[in-house]
Design a protein around this ligand. Structure first.
Ligand SMILES: [Cu+2]
Length: 628
């Protein structure tokens, strides 16, 4: 049976997910010969998505989520520190899905309020050669009428700010207005949990995948803890303080713990891949006193939003018979599409001026790894440098000049491309009128990339074509002249109080960590609050995993025995670790402020949904379990 394309009715009648998992492992094997090639699936050839001509449409820039006053209808139920568990007479279930009070909210009561309503995205074009897409979910700008303020994907960009000495705390009220009944296209789950990756927040606002102790009752709106159901809202509280804000004398936290490029996405246990693939992902960008968003102040990085452009990457498979994005819920290997999308369009172009741009690159998955180069299609021999300034949510110690950036799922890189200098006489691409952002990494299967690169210049591997216009004014600073980002520096490594090893493996067709699949009822280890630990990540042959731990930022100190030094792009704080085939990575993490339960998991969202995840706790007393 080919399970790839289930109608909603078929999905409704299909076996339960856990049973489907066991069936699917044996029945499904997918091979995919590069973006330009053909699929085989279940032994049947499938010649890929319908053909599309690249660079026909402009890349959209996702709109910003507006603040709303508390008099807005979105806040008819006033936000409260404890969850609003009163039963809504209109639905018969509690108004709010949240199960816990917001930690430390009284220190910084929310000052800025946002709302957004999750719902089905009306039929939307992703490319002129393809049919409008009808299976997507997204969120709107917070208006109460979804027919005029329509849900979109990527979801609106949220911007908030750190400001030492001031309270800039934010509350985002998210309404679940997703359709009830079977999900369109046969994939998606309308009980959701919205994770802001990797903001320093308590479990109440982390948007974790499940609740320890609740187990199956988490699906009961009377006992839920993390999920919110159609008809409910959930208030997420972000205090906009750096980690360390509960330590004596540091109410603003440690400036070295400043975060920048974050993103938010659905994290519903067992259905994250489906829901992210449906479109439940967007940027959350944080500015601060130094990285101000204004190129005339602070570090003088290109101004937001004109020259600071968030770009979210995904890859879709389009069923040629229905014309719709398709997702195989039975394939546990990982999902590869053969259509690259940037900000919701297949292979768009983007008009730029001759000046510097900050491009925020995000791999939203579900399963693809990237190695991104700038290519001059009119001179493939050129090696074209650019500057990397961040790794995940963190500024690097200083800008690093690179010719490619690798991104695993959920990893981010802010880069600065100087389209003026590159194309000027004496530049790396003199006279170029267009440059491609090209993924040259070979990946033929969903569970990881090859170590080889495609040769440059294949249009099928291009994410976006930059079309370079006239010279424009540029007050930003040349990254070559930025010697460091002080005071946002790399904190010194503190002594670890415990070393723990995590082996990311597969047995009997099931992904696991240290031999165990996820249980939402089991906390596998406990970290001592305000302490440092050393974690060893390992994996075996045949696959790669982007490993993500919520809440804690870490530093890779060794990869396969080799120390990470200042010339490495990994010389940075991080929240995702690219764990390649047979890699062993030493990762040092620090945990502070909040108490509670968080997940660690593979961010190949298909692996994550098939149990490559565990829960850990942060408490005043930790344990020393070396192999949790
Ligand atoms: Cu994985």
């Amino acid at each position: 049976m080919n399970n790839k394309f289930l109608s909603p009715v078929e999905a409704l009648n299909s076996p339960g997910r856990r049973i489907a998992l066991q069936v699917g492992v044996a029945a499904t094997s997918a091979a995919f010969a590069g973006v330009a090639g053909a699929w085989t699936r279940n032994g049947l050839p499938w010649n890929g998505s319908p053909a599309t001509t690249p660079f026909l449409e402009a890349m959209p820039v996702t709109p910003l989520l507006p603040q709303r006053p508390l008099t807005d209808p979105a806040f008819a139920q006033q936000p409260t520190e404890a969850p609003n568990r009163a039963v809504n007479p209109a639905t018969g279930i509690p108004y709010e899905g949240r199960g816990e009070s917001h930690q430390f909210r009284s220190l910084n009561p929310p000052q800025q309020f946002f709302a957004q309503r999750f719902g089905a995205v009306p039929a939307v074009s992703i490319h002129p050669n393809l049919q409008p897409q009808v299976n997507f979910w997204g969120a709107n700008l917070g208006g109460s009428d979804l027919s005029t303020d329509k849900p979109m994907t990527p979801m609106p960009t949220i911007v908030s700010r750190y400001q030492a000495g001031a309270n800039t705390a934010v509350l985002v009220r998210r309404f679940n207005n997703l359709p009830t009944g079977a999900a369109s296209g046969g994939f998606g789950k309308n009980q959701i949990s919205t994770h802001t990756h990797n903001f320093h927040s308590a479990p109440d606002s982390d948007g974790g995948p499940c609740d320890p102790g609740l187990g199956a009752t988490a699906e009961n709106p009377l006992t839920q803890g993390r999920f919110y159901f159609p008809g409910q809202y959930y208030d997420y509280y972000y205090n906009m303080k750096r980690a360390g804000f509960t330590n004596t004398g540091t109410p603003d936290g440690d400036v070295r713990e400043t975060l920048g490029t974050l993103w938010y996405h659905d994290h519903r246990e067992g259905h994250t891949a489906e829901n992210v693939y449906k479109g439940l992902a967007g940027f959350h960008i944080l500015f601060n006193e130094y990285d101000t968003g204004d190129e005339t102040t602070g570090f003088r990085l290109p101004s937001f939003p004109q020259f600071d452009i968030p770009m979210i990457f995904t890859d879709l498979a389009i069923d040629p018979t229905t014309g719709q994005a398709a997702f195989d819920i039975f394939d546990t290997t990982g999902h590869l599409g053969d259509k690259y999308l940037v900000n919701g369009k297949v292979q768009p172009f983007f008009n730029v001026s001759k000046r510097r741009y900050r491009l925020r690159l995000l791999d939203m998955g579900p399963s693809r790894f990237y190695q991104l180069f700038l290519t001059n299609p009119d001179n493939l021999a050129q090696s074209i440098p650019y500057w990397r300034i961040t790794n995940d949510g963190n500024l690097m110690p200083k800008p690093l000049q690179v010719t490619s950036v690798k991104l695993a799922v959920a990893e981010r890189a802010d880069i600065i491309v100087d389209f003026n200098k590159l194309t000027a006489a004496g530049g790396a691409a003199p006279g170029a009128t267009r440059l491609w952002l090209e993924n040259r990494l070979v990946q033929t299967k969903g569970d990881g990339p090859e170590s080889s690169l495609n040769s440059p210049g294949n249009p099928a591997n291009v994410l976006v074509e930059f079309r370079i216009g006239a010279v424009a004014a540029d007050a930003s600073r040349d990254p070559a002249a930025i010697l460091d980002f002080a005071p946002i520096t790399l904190p010194p490594l503190e002594t670890a109080i415990v070393t723990r090893t995590f082996d990311f493996d597969k047995s009997n067709g099931q992904w696991n960590v240290n031999g165990q699949p996820l249980s939402c009822d089991v906390v596998r280890f406990t970290m001592k609050r305000n302490s440092t630990e050393r974690w060893i990540f390992k994996t075996g042959w045949g696959w790669s995993h982007p490993i993500h731990n919520h809440f804690v930022e870490g530093r890779i100190v060794k990869r396969n025995g080799v120390a990470i030094t200042a010339t490495s792009q990994e010389y940075s704080r991080k929240d995702v670790v690219w764990l390649g085939e047979r890699d062993q990575v030493e990762y040092v993490v620090k945990v502070s402020d909040y108490r509670g339960v968080y997940p660690m998991h593979c961010h190949n969202v298909v692996h994550e949904d098939h149990a490559m995840m565990l829960l850990f706790a942060v408490q005043d007393v930790g344990d020393t379990n070396p192999t949790p």
